[in-house]
Design a protein around this ligand. Structure first.
Ligand code: NAD
Ligand code: UDP
Length: 312
């Protein structure tokens, strides 16, 4: 049987590189497409010797033609610092980029999965967040280029499905962490771990009482592939339902690193959601998926990664 040929956009990024690795491990031929805005060649350098792996430098806001069976559309900066750096580009990546990838799926009769986000729920009024909740999103704030961009991409996916019969998958990813996050991308886990290892102050934004729920990257990747292989279109939440305050995360990082860093408090960014926790009933019952890696274990692996890669 010939190998499935899979396109991973954003494949040189944090999640994308783990996904490429796992798809290769499962016997797929993988094409990693990336414009290297937040992605790095180092993330996939160890895959370059594999004859079934190739890299294309390309920006998804431009159309592309390749022969493929499946597309995982991950291309989009995910951390607030990076998606707010060029907000117009971010929304174009989400909307024009998604449209280009959907056209490609339509032309090549490929299945296509969209990496959407818990940000589609905004600052949620329903807790935990279920897929049927439509969200509470500011359409004109500093996070909107990402949140509304991802919402519009979901709309495009469902319209391509209804109008052209494209075989879509939409997943809503909740905060995910692990090795290969960028040390300077401003997300909470990478910030706290790097600060703790360097003995710098741990920067808590706001009171630290806001909550998030953190999923280890290997759990997410397993879920993404289960979604592609299953036969539901979604949307389906993927995340770890263990909810914690940001202050609790800071304390856990201090304990696991043995750091003496101090906690300091800085202003809360605009539109920062107060709470977030996935309801994963749908993923559990319809795909048999649930996370397995406990936070302490995932953090240890992440700490080891940063310990061996950052400069002190
Ligand atoms: P990341 O920034 O590490 O990866 C994004 C990748 O996309 C990078 O390699 C980047 O260079 C590439 N990229 C960006 N714009 C592009 C463009 N126009 N054309 C081609 N490539 C482009 O982020 P990540 O955490 O790996 O996130 C991957 C996907 O998962 C994103 O779509 C993100 O929105 C989604 N997501 C992530 C999280 C999370 O917690 N990490 C949560 C929700 C959703
Ligand atoms: N955060 C923080 N200190 C940091 C980075 C982030 O307190 O150094 C907070 C941030 O304000 C938010 C939470 O941690 O409440 C998660 O932030 P992140 O940017 O990782 O993800 P998102 O806000 O997109 O969920």
């Amino acid at each position: 049987m010939s190998r499935k040929r899979v396109l991973v956009t954003g494949g040189a990024g944090f999640i994308g590189s783990h996904l490429c690795e796992e798809l290769l491990r499962r016997g797929c031929e993988v094409i990693c497409l990336d414009n290297f805005f937040t992605g790095r060649k180092e993330n996939v350098a160890h895959l370059m010797d594999n004859p079934y792996f190739e890299i294309i430098r390309h920006d998804i806001i431009n159309p592309i033609d390749v022969e493929i069976d499946e597309i995982y559309n991950l291309a989009c900066p995910a951390s607030p610092v990076h998606y707010q750096y060029n907000p117009v580009k971010t929304i174009n990546t989400n909307v024009v980029g998604a449209s280009n990838m959907l056209e490609l799926a339509k032309r090549s009769n490929a299945k296509i999965l969209q990496a959407s986000t818990s940000e589609v729920y905004g600052d949620p009024k329903v807790h935990p967040q279920v897929e049927g909740y439509w969200g509470n999103v500011n359409p004109i704030g500093i996070r909107s280029c990402y949140d509304e961009g991802k919402r519009c991409a979901e709309t495009l996916f469902f319209d391509y499905h209804r109008q052209y019969g494209v075989d879509i998958r939409v997943i809503r990813i909740f905060n995910t962490y692990g090795p290969r996050m960028l040390e300077n991308d401003g997300r909470v886990v990478s910030n706290f771990v790097v600060q703790a290892l360097r003995g710098q102050d741990i920067t808590i934004y706001g009171t630290g009482e806001q909550t998030r729920s953190f999923c280890f990257v290997s759990d997410l990747v397993r879920g993404m592939i289960a979604m592609m292989e299953g036969n539901i279109h979604g949307p389906v939440n993927f995340g770890n339902p263990r909810e914690m305050t940001i202050k609790e995360i800071a304390e856990m990082v201090l304990e696991l690193t043995g750091s003496k860093s101090k906690l300091i408090y800085q202003p809360l960014p605009q539109d920062d959601p107060c709470k977030r926790k996935p309801d994963i009933t749908r993923a559990k019952t319809e795909l048999g998926w649930q996370p397995e890696v406990v936070l302490e274990e995932g953090l240890k692996q992440t700490i080891e990664y940063f310990r061996s890669t950052i400069e002190y």
